[in-house]
Design a protein around this ligand. Structure first.
Ligand code: UT7
Length: 355
């Protein structure tokens, strides 16, 4: 391997050292939805690319799914749970407003030496949490941080609202962020490592996608329940326009920050909201569809879980090789967005293969 070490992230090099995911077994197809809502498989497929989604069992919460994904990522990393210094859970469907969903995830996973907190940044939450983990590990504040994207969005959807109910699904994915092992530090491409981020937010769009009630702005009351204000509400057309613009812009920015270009990207992993958004954005960016990973036809929009779910499947399918340049792109409520550029080289596996 040759070439300069690529890093816009200062401090020691950090990488994704473990990866895992969890999906509930229950499948809800477009036909199932068409039986109870004024919608059709044709409309959902044509407008979104989604064919089915997973739905958690009644009683299962986001932490339950997150715990399963986190255990898989921990096992993949080869670390013992007590080596984790911090657990961050990104979610739009937390177990409760307080305490943090991450506290239960950390407890149930045996992360006895870890702090725990949640990140709320709409569907961009996973990329935000990853940036915090990467910064902390790079700075030496922690050696290993567990980042979990976990959603049981089916609990915050209005099942009478066809404009949102057909889009989302439940699931969880997790990564362990660790220093790049010394054995694979070649000082050039192929070392593996998180290279940089581009994060942004535009609060003028806060009402375009929200759960209006249940917080301090509009506390829960009989009136908020009657008005169905504890469910997600979205202006789909506005989110669509925002997403197409921001994906191309933010992805371009992170590439520029790291001194790379679109032609260097081996795999683009966008948030899985809508196939049309992805198709339009990659056309703007100039990335060929062969280099784009999608699985939303099977799982719908799993919000903070969508990117780690994609990474897990992409690796299992052999689409992530050590040294590949991977571009992650999240966007969602806030409005918020976040891009991350990384060179794939996953922990123990990377050492075994190269050592
Ligand atoms: O993680 C980020 C979160 N969200 C997103 O990324 C969503 C972004 N937005 C979108 O993906 C798209 O805007 C949607 C898929 C939500 C909607 O697609 P669209 O092409 O923008 O449709 P539209 O909202 O303009 O609605 C077109 C028509 C409307 O009927 P009229 O007014 O033309 O008679 C809707 O009432 O489609 C109707 N419609 C539906 N029809 C059948 C809306 N939802 C449905 C449905 N089934 N499920």
């Amino acid at each position: 391997m040759s070439g300069p070490r690529l890093a816009s992230l200062a401090g020691r090099p950090v990488t994704i050292g473990g990866l895992g995911s969890y999906l509930p077994g229950r499948v809800l197809t477009n036909e199932d939805l068409a039986a109870v809502l004024n919608t059709s498989d044709a409309w959902i497929t044509q407008r979104t690319g989604i064919k089915q989604r997973r739905v958690a069992e009644s009683g299962a919460s986001s932490s339950d799914l997150g715990i399963a994904a986190a255990r898989a990522a921990l096992s993949d990393s080869g670390l013992s749970p007590d080596e984790i210094g911090l657990v961050i859970t990104a979610t739009i469907s937390p177990d409760r407003i307080m305490p943090a969903t991450a506290s239960r995830v950390a407890y149930e996973c045996g992360c006895t030496n870890a702090g725990a907190c949640d990140v709320s940044a709409g569907c961009t939450g996973f990329v935000y949490a990853l940036s915090m983990a990467a910064g902390m590990v790079a700075a030496g504040l922690h050696d290993h941080v567990l980042v979990v994207g976990a959603e049981v969005i089916s609990r915050v959807l209005d099942w009478e609202d066809r404009s949102t109910a057909v889009l989302f699904g439940d699931g969880a994915g997790a990564v362990v962020v660790s220093p790049v092992p010394e054995a694979v530090m070649t000082g050039g491409r192929g070392s593996g490592g998180i290279l940089g981020f581009d994060l942004g937010s535009d609060g003028s769009g806060e009402e375009i996608l929200m759960i209006p009630a249940g917080g301090s702005r509009l506390p829960a009351s009989c009136a908020t329940v009657e008005a169905r204000q504890h469910y997600m509400q979205m202006n789909g057309r506005e989110v669509y326009k925002f997403a197409v613009q921001v994906v191309a812009r933010s992805a371009g920015r992170v590439l520029e920050k790291c001194g790379l270009s679109v032609s260097d990207v081996d795999l683009f992993v966008p948030h899985q909201a809508n196939l049309r958004i992805i198709e339009k954005a990659i056309k703007k960016l100039g990335i060929h569809e062969d280099r784009v990973y999608t699985n939303l036809e099977k799982y719908g929009n799993t919000s903070c879980a969508s990117i780690p779910l994609c990474l897990t499947e992409a690796r299992a399918e052999g689409r992530l090789k050590n040294g590949d340049l991977v571009l992650l792109m999240g966007f969602g409520a806030g409005l918020s967005w976040g891009a991350c550029l990384l060179e794939w080289g996953c922990g123990r596996g990377a050492v075994d293969e190269r050592g």
